[in-house]
Design a protein around this ligand. Structure first.
Ligand SMILES: Nc1ncnc2c1ncn2[C@@H]1O[C@H](COP(=O)(O)OP(=O)(O)OP(=O)(O)O)[C@@H](O)[C@H]1O
Length: 518
């Protein structure tokens, strides 16, 4: 029996004798691959500088099916790219460009050191070099001064790790799925390359779409885009309820559209909104968007964005395997960028677990729970004259907006909310999150507590649990220990339980004695 048999895709056996010549060539190439892969510093295969300077349009991808039509998810099959850097290495070698090759290795080494320093992990072919600083946006990518000025005015001195890597990836016209901790600046990581790619306002129709799972997050993202686009004449529109029912929506003049998937689907279906010119599509909080219920709407929007040279990206703080697999089916030759450890949050938080008796009432600064309990808790805090606002899905859009605005403006000090605002919302002053009700998944936990301690600030998270929640404590404890927090040994000794449908019946929140309520 042959040692070390070679297998091609789908388990087809490679006949070494018959293809001896090819095999010799392959082995030569393989040694080079090993050289790249085994080097401890060279995390990725990359010929990055050159790649980064090639305009995206020149490298149009074949996102069109054989019949020439674009069909959403099914068309954008994952491409297991050949290690192009290695091929390029070989070509360079054959051409005798020893100097170029050496410089390329040096560059790869510098990139790997920078990634290591910022805990950035990448996979994919030809990954562009990470940014050293924001100034590189101008020197490497010819960024216009208005954008650099806006970034400086916002007080951003250095790119965050996700910005360092995701921006060059997207500017190189590569699709990307990015996973970085809550509060680590993912918004700028996709807005900055979008503004640079679009260059200036145009009358061509909608050229960029950002999808967010909630209206609040869509509104916040619109605000952030406008801040960054100041000084340019981009038309940036939020898909509001009024807009979606506007009969003239198909004539909407806008460069960048930010929407929830449902509203955008309605606009395409009922108002014939044309997205065929969209060059840039972002799915923010992508794992939420890929959840059952939303995935059909996403598919609909992806199909409507039929421009073959579109660049799509997925961003989230949590990227479960099934989302990545699903994402791979819609992405073409995507680069994966992960900051820190997947599914884990930052270390700049102090997290604690607090056992409480069922039905007990505790004053707290900020909570996230079911809408009935949110209402009850709000009522209790109001009785104590605590300045609180509440936000849940039973409120009108205006009421929800007012609750968020009051909290931002400091008119209220406590925001009581359901998972509606657990994702993406950026309240700069929040320093404590209380999980009044135990979360029902590790991802929910990570996003909830991510509302405090943002952009490198310190924050605190307290999670209450009752006896019903004890079997699930271990799941949260795992996230906590992996991030350096101490967890009592009795919790670590618990066996892991599947989270599915952990929604125990909670007693109503009330300080009034039960006979008084009756
Ligand atoms: N380079 C930077 N330097 C300092 N602060 C930054 C930088 N980039 C973004 N920020 C700030 O960091 C905060 C968090 O950013 P952002 O809301 O984009 O986080 P996020 O990663 O999208 O979080 P989430 O996963 O919760 O949605 C914001 O207040 C933003 O203004």
């Amino acid at each position: 029996m042959e040692r070390d048999p070679l297998f091609l895709f789908a388990g087809i056996h490679f006949n070494r004798k018959k293809f001896a010549g090819d095999f010799a060539r392959f082995r030569d190439n393989k040694e080079r691959i090993d050289l790249v892969e085994n080097s401890s510093l060279l995390e990725t295969s990359a010929v990055e500088r050159e790649e980064a300077t090639v305009p995206a349009k020149k490298r149009k991808r074949k996102a069109v099916s054989a019949s020439g039509t674009v069909e959403g998810f099914s068309v954008f099959k994952s491409s297991k790219s050949a290690p192009t850097s290695v091929v390029e290495l070989k070509e360079t070698d054959e051409d005798g460009h020893l100097k170029g090759r050496k410089e390329m290795y040096r560059q790869m080494e510098r990139d790997a050191i920078l990634r290591k320093k910022h805990n950035v992990h990448v996979s994919g072919s030809n990954v562009p070099s990470p940014l050293q600083d924001f100034a590189e946006l101008r020197t490497r990518f010819k960024c216009k001064s208005y954008l650099l000025r806006n970034i400086a005015e916002l007080g951003f001195k250095e790119p965050t790790p996700i910005q360092r890597q995701a921006i060059p990836v997207l500017l190189s016209g590569r699709e990307c799925f990015a996973c970085a901790p809550t509060g680590s600046g993912k918004t700028l990581a996709f807005v900055c390359p979008m503004l640079m790619k679009l260059k200036h306002a145009s009358k061509e129709g909608i050229r960029a779409v950002i999808l967010c799972p909630t209206k609040e997050l869509a509104a916040q993202t619109t605000r952030e885009c406008r801040k960054l686009a100041r000084g340019n004449k981009f038309r940036i529109k939020l898909m509001t309820k009024a807009l979606v029912t506007n009969p003239d929506l198909s004539k909407l003049r806008c460069d960048i559209l930010i929407s929830t998937p449902l509203r955008l689907r309605l606009a395409i279906k009922n108002r014939k909104m044309n997205l065929s010119r969209v060059e840039y599509l972002v799915l923010d909080e992508s794992d939420k968007l890929f959840e059952l219920g939303l995935v059909k709407q996403i598919d609909f929007v992806v199909k409507a964005c039929s421009n073959p040279s579109i660049v799509r990206s997925l961003f989230s703080a949590t990227l479960p395997d099934y989302v990545e697999e699903l994402a791979r089916t819609i992405m073409h030759d995507a680069i994966r960028v992960i900051v820190g450890i997947r599914l884990l949050n930052r270390l700049n938080k102090s997290w604690s677990l607090l056992g409480v008796k069922k039905g007990s009432f505790l004053h707290c600064v900020r909570v996230l729970l079911s809408k009935e309990r949110a209402k009850e808790l709000y009522g209790e805090l109001a009785l104590d004259n605590i300045r609180a606002s509440v936000i849940h899905s039973d409120l009108s859009q205006v009421q929800r907006e007012n609750a968020v605005d009051d909290f931002r403006a400091g008119k209220t000090w406590v925001l009581i909310a359901t998972d509606v605002i657990a994702r993406g919302m950026d309240f700069k002053g929040v320093n404590c999150v209380i999980n009044y009700d135990f979360p029902d998944s590790a991802a929910a936990y990570i996003h909830r507590i991510g509302r405090s301690g943002r952009a490198g600030r310190s924050g605190e998270a307290i999670t209450f649990y009752t006896e019903d929640d004890i079997p699930y404590l271990r799941n949260i404890a795992n996230v906590m220990t992996a991030s350096g927090c101490e967890v009592p040994s009795w919790i670590m000794a618990l066996t892991k339980t599947k989270w599915k449908k952990h929604r125990p019946k909670r007693e109503s929140i009330s300080t009034k004695p039960k006979d008084e309520i009756a």
